[in-house]
Design a protein around this ligand. Sequence first.
Ligand SMILES: Nc1ncnc2c1ncn2[C@@H]1O[C@H](COP(=O)(O)OP(=O)(O)OP(=O)(O)O)[C@@H](O)[C@H]1O
Ligand SMILES: [Mg+2]
Length: 467
Amino acid sequence: MLIRGPKILTLLTNLKASFTIIDGMLDLVQIAKTVEPMRVYGRVAVVNGLLIEAKGGLSYMQVGARCEILRRNEEPLPVEVVGFREDRALMMPFGPVEGVTPGAEIRISAEGSKVFPTTAWLGRIVDSFGNAIDSHGPLPQGPEGYLLKAAPPAAHTRARVGERLNLGVRAMDVFTTCCRGQRLGVFAGSGVGKSVLLSMLAREATCDAVVVGLIGERGREVREFIEETLGPEGLKRAIVVVATSDEPALKRRQAAYMTLALAEFLRDQGLEVLCLMDSVTRFAMAQREIGLATGEPPTTKGYTPTCFAELPKLLERAGPGPVLADGTQAGPITALFTVLVDGDDHNEPIADAVRGILDGHIVMSRNIAERGRFPAIDVLKSISRTMPECQTIPEREVVRQARKVLSAYSNMEELIRIGAYRTGADPDVDRAIQLNPAVEEFLRQGKDEYTPLDESFTLLAEILSQA
Ligand SMILES: Nc1ncnc2c1ncn2[C@@H]1O[C@H](COP(=O)(O)OP(=O)(O)OP(=O)(O)O)[C@@H](O)[C@H]1O
Ligand SMILES: [Mg+2]
């Protein structure tokens, strides 16, 4: 069935312009405005697990388009086109497939999904469709739509990474100084302290707005994270996007796209944006589920080729802003993505792929967490690729010396612990033994503690001058 609403509207508007006074023409224009835009319907052919095959209307579909399957006694089921096979379209649902019948009508729309945010969304919690899931009622809708799956800005239009950003976490500010528009990965096994670290940044980092994407989190943890770890202060300047682990893969994947779309919107409002995603591994896992269901071949650890193709498209959306249509440069999106390293294997395929895409990585280690030093950042293994340029020469010297102390100590740690090291054997190790407790204390930081970046450098320089 085809109703060409927009065409009728254009025709009537043109006619009205040519014949200035035609009685009733205005009414007709008004009526045409209420006609739905073009609608094409397909039909359900096969439902196989989470994969729905559709026939009809294929020429109006495209991969990524949002459609709706009409159900008899229930709300229409939103689905997304994920591929095509011969004369069928392959779709996946955003919810349970109960109630879908053979031959059910599918309302096709050729457009990708959009979100219409406003700055009133700050302080709110939304799902992967941009619907409020807190208790403060529906969200106001903005005038401009942001594509959920927008393309990253073209490389030649992007600004360079800007000046440094105060994160408020000593170990990061000093050893992996982050610049505006930089994208960092936080790599850690489960329970090592990724979420707590992100919440510290959400509360303390110097920025105007924060978008937090909780992708594939445990349902129990979400409230805990928002109410306790993030707290009302942190939430005030944040939009939190949530898709828990029990939600369908498409919703989990879309929550990651939503997080970036909201960050792009806030950036376009001229705000300094920090985008935090916990975790990008769960995004890759959702993509793996989708890929496998559509018949893609599994590669390492079952991840399909699209997982590795989608990662850069997602992560590259953060970073320095592009030149806008009016010739001005859009602001940057500084981003931190957590990567859950399965079984503490830092070379697993997603960790490897993400490390290659981002501008630096922060490694958190289970050994350090077990010793009770939080945040459990292993500064010797962490790097920020933009760091030397954003530090002064004296600051670089402080970092170099501190690294030397930490590495001398870690090389001899076993010997020192069993008492096999004799003082005087190596002056560097002697100095490291003397300074190590103070440096460890410097790296230790409570959840609610905050130290400005400049003060962190001064503190560390003081420690190093003691020996
Ligand atoms: N800065 C800190 N100070 C004190 N304790 C901390 C700190 N950071 C983390 N912890 C402790 O580590 C625990 C695990 O932290 P968190 O939930 O952030 O880990 P995670 O890496 O996000 O885990 P998962 O992989 O399960 O999501 C916390 O419950 C808390 O007890
Ligand atoms: Mg966590």
